[in-house]
Design a protein around this ligand. Structure first.
Ligand code: PXP
Length: 250
């Protein structure tokens, strides 16, 4: 089966929120993403509500056109909302108010300290953890009985850009090796494997052979590209980039 594409539409809401406008409409985005071949919509409801708002989540769920993956901080307010909304899945992410975007993976050791809160969420929805490519975090995900993990591909994306700029590709190889080994472990433990952050049409090809990779969540690059060629075309372009034939090599 091909890799599923979750389109993160946060920055469509960013465009709306910077002007406190009524447009662009999040539902129009949902329809265009579906027409372009998206398998899922992903939104991050941040505590500061800088882009996606509660009413966006409600409207996306009401229309139920595509499965909704809700990214959120592991805090009681968000857990209560997710238990009420019951999206298709929840991805727990770390959140710092001043950050521009999610800058690192979640430390699942901290999640373990609030196990009752986690279990109350797990009773309602599938739960994934957004983690760095680390064996320790993968093992914790298994211990916490998460449905799977999403690897933070930010460091990989950064190393890819450096290698394109002609600097050494040693760092890129190291990042790919880290991701693939952690993915191999996750797969052997029966965890679902996803990837996201900083992915572009140019760099996704490097990750297609990641062991067990079932889904990529991609936002900024698709929305940025859509300014030039339109949202549906931008999703089509990304979908074809991740559907290239692959075989496992690790
Ligand atoms: N996955 C997670 C868990 C994220 O936090 C983000 C950014 O919100 C993404 C995927 C999408 O990253 P990008 O916008 O860089 O494609």
């Amino acid at each position: 089966m091909g890799i599923r594409l979750g389109v993160n539409i946060d920055h469509i809401a960013t465009l709306r929120e910077v002007r406190q406008a009524q447009y662009p409409d999040i539902l129009e985005a949902l329809f265009l993403c579906e027409r372009g071949g998206a398998d899922q919509i992903t939104v991050h409801l941040r505590e500061d509500r800088r882009h996606i708002q509660d009413h966006d989540v409600s409207r996306l769920l009401e229309h139920n056109q595509l499965p909704l993956n809700l990214e959120m901080a592991f805090v009681p307010e968000m857990v209560t909302k997710a238990r009420k909304w019951r999206p298709y899945s929840v991805t727990l992410v770390p959140e710092r108010r001043a950050e521009m975007t999610t800058e690192s993976g979640l430390d699942l050791a901290r999640v373990k300290k609030k196990i009752k809160l986690l279990q109350s969420l797990q009773r309602a929805v599938r739960v994934y953890g957004f983690i760095d490519a680390s064996f320790k975090q993968v093992e914790l995900a298994k211990e916490l009985e998460l449905d799977g993990i999403e690897f933070h591909t930010g460091p990989f994306a950064h190393a890819f850009e450096k290698s394109v700029r002609g600097k050494s590709d040693k760092e890129l190889k190291k990042e790919i090796h880290k991701l693939f080994s952690a993915a191999k472990l996750a797969t052997s433990l029966g965890l679902e494997v996803k990837a996201g952050h900083g992915l572009t049409v140019r760099n996704v090809g490097e990750l297609l052979k990641m062991p067990g990779l079932s889904e990529m969540n991609i936002g900024h690059a698709i929305v940025a590209r859509s300014v030039m060629i339109g949202l549906e075309a931008s999703v089509i372009e990304m979908k074809s980039a991740i559907l290239k034939t692959r075989s496992f090599s690790i």
